[in-house]
Ligand binder design. Sequence first.
Ligand code: ZN
Length: 537
Amino acid sequence: MFTSLSQGNHSAMNPSGPALYDAVLLDRDGTLVEDVPYNGDPEKVRPLPGAREALDRLRAAGLRLAVVTNQSGLARGYFTERDMHAVHARIEELLGPFDHWAVCPHDDTDGCACRKPAPGLVHEAARALGTAPRRCVLVGDIGRDMAAALAAGATGILVPTPVTRPEEVAEAPAVARDLPGAVDEILRRDRAVRPVVPRTGRAGTVLVVRSDSAGDVLVTGPGIRAVAAGAERVALLCGPRGRAAAELLPGVDEIIEWPLPWIDGSPEPVDPDDMRQLTARLAAVGAEEAVVFTSFHQSALPLALLLRMAGVPRISAISDDYPGSLLDVRHRVPVGVPEPERALSLAAAAGFALPAGDEPGLRLRADLPAPAVDLPAGDYLVVHPGASVPARACPPERCAEIVAALAADGHRVLVTGGPGERELTARVAAAGGTDLGGTTDLAGLARILAGARCLVVGNTGPAHLAAALGTPVVSLFAPTVPFGQWAPYRVPTVRLGDAGAACRDTRAARCPVAGHPCLSGVDPARVVAAVRRLAPG
Ligand SMILES: [Zn+2]
């Protein structure tokens, strides 16, 4: 049942691995040059410090460059197109050539699809550069830049200026001090997913590990595919809550389900007999090496000890804690890296890379089991009100208002949830949706999401399922963990919720702030607008 789907790619394996990005898109005013409002005068062009050298480093790395800029001064008649071209010629004189200029000439009243925060300029630039938005990173100085990047499925890096509002900084997926700092981060991320020392031959059986929930397993998918591309056989050790997701991942030949008390959120006491049985089970895999994937707040070391006791000769893991002789490859990752890239970077440290042509995004097996229920026909949105962690769930009454607002905007809304969430989905769906709570397993939910125009969901497993299917996500994101690490990866997204709420970075499982303000304040009208941005027409 668990045949690797990556086998067809072995001959095309690229030892250095595919790059994360093809292109860097840059906002103009406040990012490349000093912001002179409605500037039509080339004499007033002043590059920001270090911009030329930073751009040249991107050019030298083979990245294509485009400018994506709102120029509503054209619509307002403050300068002519000819003036603007003179300004752009001066910018190229000072900063070097750009491969494309994507300009929105409209203002907010035009309701165009290109003015940032709409994603139109990102789509245009990606198309002109012969790539896709998900292979682009956009650097800009305000929230509109980040929103446009996310809505296109591109990566965003904010470089704040004194006029950038604090809430824009709080919402950004990543923040750099200045343009050279953003370029450092782009080049560092790209390097991190490629092995320094590529493997010469294939590994035999490799044991990969990802405990915890469905979402955690899904975001580890690219790292597991990289291992699978360089191994004869992959066994995955997962926890009970991640099992259903593990069964959806390509590249996995065998699944071992075992709860790990140092990972589980509500663990049983450590049982010595259970640990002995686990060690014996791990020894029976016959793995010649293990790659232990963890989240940034989890330790790989207890399992590394059991793997040593099981006789696994080579073990790779991320560990800030000193591992002694528990690890052969001790990998370290700075904070703020998206979880899928974190996993890919560990695989790379162990010598594994994705094969050529395998995009570094989330992906599901091509042979998903047939759904047990009839799939909905026609055009629909999905609202998924539950979350594996209560602090990340939007309050039910607010979800009901969101369903009502979407229905009033003419959408057919399906409300999904697990078997334990039937009461919740019934209550939320009563506001104008169809209740599908408890009718599907995770694979069935994947089928439903694959046909949806858009998913409205908190930071929980189905958000990553949608990302794996390419379905856009309206993310009602509680800031208890960093958005840059846990946002739906490389899929069009709108982030809603208060990014600066007091629960920020607490990693709380239950909201520590009275009234759950980070998500209880989400305005249903903004959800309707987000759906329009992500799934127009
Ligand atoms: Zn426009």
